[in-house]
Design a protein around this ligand. Structure first.
Ligand code: ZN
Length: 420
């Protein structure tokens, strides 16, 4: 039995690609074992058994989709999702600007219909509704959907796929069908994209935002890999997935959100009114030149991640050896990947803080680092505050400027973990 790194041999039956069905034979990166990144623990569960699952990303040698295997049911993962979009000010601003831009460019009005998949607590649809544009949200997490309904945003509690698409299409198809940070979270990718084909009105437009695999690889954003996040897309591969379901991605924008995302624009494949833009052609060409259609590009990534882990531990150990006290800021999923992969617990970070009241008073999964309200930092005056959601670094650095009053320092991954 061969057990060298980069091969899935010796660890059970070979899984198959979530998109094309080819056997998955290549490891992209192995982050060990981790609990679900959003399973924040209440204090009374601190001594209970905690389920850990392999956190290992594979790459398909045929279509180059980077993906995780499915170890836990989506219902289990998303049933009590603690993430409420409305809590990040910069994200809300991003959504407001998007709404303004897309409502103008697609000429949306009272006769239009906008459907958002994974509409969360209605954080984005509220901006369309303010403009008098009819909306419908689809959201799988009951507790989150209830918040949207209470705000008066029509919401269907369901996992999106062919079934939901057919039932919604009977009432009304979508002139704008959008989904932000959902495509990567979809276990049954083909059912999901096929559902979009069904729900999109003739001449309608799809927009989807998701983290760009090129940023994950070039900027060492491996901490954005976690169990809830099943797929990691290049523009070439995502275009292939949509094409297989009769949809054509005709335009793409690069965004700075989540460390570097793509916003793709899709249409029915035969929609002559939406020819491929120069941006779409250029992006595919850039990815091709950077090696995203060659397996060896993907196979070299794991060694870089292991080196990163050693550098992160060196940084943390040096601070502790100087006798300085260190805490975290934020309790994002990516923080949990990093802390669990590196084996960082309260031996390094006394606690972390988070503005989301649903996370306060709980423990981070795996590391069991307690989550306190942000005020704790002012009262406690730690020497170093490690910003875990590095994608919101600029906003958080402004909020934490007071730390310098007592000589405290901030640290974040940029991509190396370092003092700012
Ligand atoms: Zn594949």
């Amino acid at each position: 039995m061969e057990l060298r790194q980069g091969s899935v041999a010796g660890v059970g039956m070979s899984p198959s690609c979530r998109f094309c069905g080819a056997p998955l034979e290549h490891v992209f990166v192995d982050l060990g074992s981790s609990p679900l990144a959003n399973s924040y623990l209440s204090l009374d569960r601190a001594a209970a058994m905690e389920p850990f699952y392999p956190l290992r990303a594979l790459v398909c040698g045929s279509c180059f989709l980077v993906q995780l295997e499915e170890f836990e049911s989506p219902q289990q993962i998303f049933s009590d999702y603690a993430y409420f979009s409305s809590y990040s000010a910069s994200w809300l601003e991003h959504c407001r600007r998007y709404t303004e831009q897309v409502a103008a460019s697609l000429d949306l009005g009272r006769a239009s219909h906008v459907v958002e998949i994974a509409s969360n607590d209605g954080y984005l649809l509220q901006y369309f509704q303010e403009r008098g544009i009819p909306v419908m949200g689809v959201e799988p997490a009951t507790n989150v959907a209830e918040v949207a309904l209470a705000k008066g945003i029509p919401t269907r509690v369901a996992f999106f796929g062919r079934g939901v698409a057919r039932s919604l299409a009977v009432e009304r198809r979508a002139d704008l069908l959008l989904g932000n940070n959902v495509l990567a979270h979809v276990p049954d990718l083909n059912d999901f994209v096929a559902g979009m084909k069904i729900l999109l009105a003739p001449g309608g437009t799809i927009t989807m935002e998701f983290p760009h695999l090129m940023r994950l690889m070039q900027d060492a954003q491996w901490d954005t890999i976690y169990h809830e996040h099943f797929s990691y897309f290049s523009f070439i591969t995502v275009s292939r997935v949509f094409a297989a379901h009769g949809l054509r991605l005709f335009d793409v924008e690069e965004l700075s959100t989540h460390g570097g995302s793509l916003r793709v624009y899709g249409a029915h494949h035969d929609d002559a009114g939406k020819p491929d833009t120069a941006r779409a052609l250029q992006m595919r060409e850039r990815e091709r030149e950077a090696g995203y259609e060659r397996l060896d590009t993907y196979l070299s990534y794991g060694a870089r991640v292991e080196a990163d882990k050693r550098r992160i531990l060196e940084f943390l150990i040096a601070i502790k050896d100087e006798g300085r006290r260190m805490v975290g800021y934020g309790a994002p999923a990516k923080g949990n990947t990093l802390l669990n992969y590196c084996g960082v617990r309260r031996d390094f970070l006394d606690y972390t803080v988070d503005a989301n009241p649903h996370k306060q008073g709980r423990l981070l999964p795996g590391s069991h680092i307690p989550i306190l309200p942000p005020l704790a930092i002012e009262e406690d005056r730690p020497d170093v505050v490690v910003i875990l959601p590095w994608n919101l670094k600029d906003e958080i650095v402004r909020q934490l400027s007071f730390v310098s009053q007592w000589g405290g320092r901030l640290a974040a991954r940029t991509p190396e973990l370092a003092l700012l």
